[in-house]
Design a binder for this molecule. Structure first.
Ligand SMILES: Nc1nc2c(c(=O)[nH]1)N[C@H]1C(S)=C(S)[C@@H](COP(=O)(O)O)O[C@H]1N2
Ligand SMILES: [Mo]
Length: 431
């Protein structure tokens, strides 16, 4: 351990040598309750986003340093109440009771990063390139997007393909999302379709390919953390945005500032953040997280734990019918009657009904269901339930979509734990 001349300890040298040991010795466990190692090796933008402002002396920040701001309060400035699942890359989900708003506020929108947030996310110098099989390849600034295309605002649901992975048995590797890798914020931007039409989609195009500015975890500039795409027919639908605002303000840096795709109803991974380039391809895109077992499921039901050959996997397209109870919270105490409420959604479809049970599925009552704010938004629902006597109850919610498909009690297992749309159950202590 390095010491300075008069016997005091040289913080910078200690941190350079062994950040975790230094942090422990200097600040002790009590100063940083659950934050040990948080942001270890994180990029500057992650640090800046975490403390909520730029760090002028960032060049002096030792590798592995934990900003003192993390001693108290939230890990991520501009986010509130999120559960941190991983710090490198940053992944955080929102407990269901914090998703109670009809439109998800930015501070409650989950974060799913595969790589390291880009350092430079300034909107003024940002550019988006449209190329590949197009008649007019284009590079556009955000100002160009605003001036050349109609600007629209839509409420759009983004759900990670792995939401609910925590409940697979045998367990599936990856972030152990429970319920909260889903959100429906209001996004402002231009329609992807309008931009692609201006670029002139050639007749051989079958798929889009999306590229962002985030770096691979390895730091290798040749590697991309994620680059996904979608069939061109999907890309030409009206409710896919290239968004530069979220809930009426700039995007949060963790949610893709200053520019991202928002593709409602399909796995969140289609919604490329820090969007720099869209390429139109004459083959199904094969970027990182398009192939192998990533965002792919066996083409047929398999029993739990089965080894499935990679060639039997297919790309996940629309997300299945699902609902969430956002009030009351699981484990809450309740009076003899209460309002129960939440949201329901189904990729590329609407919700026809949400049914509620307080007797473990023996009987069901219909919830009042709102229409979606627009195509691609989740639907809010509410019901008043009355309990016959005091005791422990579970509120179950089951959504049925416009194709008549209802949420199951249990779903087929798949190797990577995608598409878990089992009914949400909330336990209540009623008296
Ligand atoms: N550039 C880039 N875009 C990305 C990702 C990423 O790691 N890098 N993660 C994707 C995944 S897997 C999901 S679920 C959504 C999550 O969006 P959010 O972090 O704004 O909630 O972003 C997608 N877009
Ligand atoms: Mo995701």
């Amino acid at each position: 351990m390095a010491h300075d001349g008069d016997g005091g300890k040289d913080l910078r040298a200690m941190l350079a040598e062994d950040p975790e040991a230094a942090d422990l010795e200097l600040f002790g466990r009590k100063s940083y309750p659950d934050r040990r190692g948080f942001l270890k090796g994180a990029g500057l933008a992650t640090m800046g986003a975490a403390v909520g402002m730029t760090i002028p002396f960032h060049r002096n920040v030792p590798q592995g340093f934990i900003p003192a701001a993390f001693a108290q309060g939230d890990v991520l400035v501009g986010k509130d109440g999120l559960t941190l699942l991983n710090d490198r890359p940053v992944n955080a989900e929102t407990p269901p009771e914090f998703l109670d708003d009809a439109i998800t506020p930015t501070n409650r929108h989950f974060i799913r990063n595969n790589g390291i947030v880009p350092d430079d996310t300034s909107a003024d110098s940002w550019s988006l390139t449209i190329d590949g099989f197009v008649d007019n390849p284009m590079t556009l600034s955000i100002a160009d997007l605003k001036s050349q295309f109609e600007v629209v605002t839509m409420a759009l649901t983004i759900e990670c393909g792995g939401n609910g992975r925590a409940f697979f048995d045998p367990p599936a590797s990856g972030n152990q999302w429970t319920y909260g890798a889903v959100a429906c914020s209001e996004w402002t931007g231009v329609r992807l379709k309008d931009v692609l039409e201006k670029a002139g989609v050639q007749s051989n195009v079958v798929y889009t390919a999306h590229y962002g500015a985030d770096a691979h975890l390895s730091g290798d500039p040749e590697k991309l953390p994620i680059s996904r795409g979608m069939p061109i027919d999907k890309a030409m639908t009206d409710n896919i945005l290239i968004a530069f605002q979220m809930n009426g303000a700039d995007l949060h840096v963790m949610n893709g500032a200053p520019l991202r795709l928002v593709v409602p109803g399909w796995p969140g991974s289609c919604s490329q953040k820090w969007l720099k380039r869209i390429e139109l391809r004459d083959v199904v895109h094969d970027g990182p997280k398009m192939t192998g077992k990533a965002y792919r499921v066996p083409a047929y039901p398999v029993s739990a734990g089965t080894e499935v050959p990679t060639e039997d996997f297919e790309i996940i397209e629309r997300m299945p019918v699902k609902s969430l109870v956002t009030f009351p919270a699981n484990g809450a105490e309740s009076g003899m009657s209460t309002e129960v409420r939440g949201h329901a959604w189904s990729g590329d479809r609407t919700i026809d009904a949400v049914d509620i049970s307080i007797d473990f599925g023996a009987t069901w009552q219909k919830a009042t269901l709102d229409a979606p704010a627009n195509d691609g938004a989740w639907q809010n629902w509410r019901a008043n339930v009355t309990f016959p006597e005091s005791g422990y109850y579970e509120v179950w919610a089951r959504a049925t979509d416009s194709a008549g498909v209802a949420q199951p009690h249990a779903i087929d297992w798949n190797p990577k734990g995608y598409l878990n749309n089992t009914m949400h159950r909330v336990g209540l202590k009623v008296s």
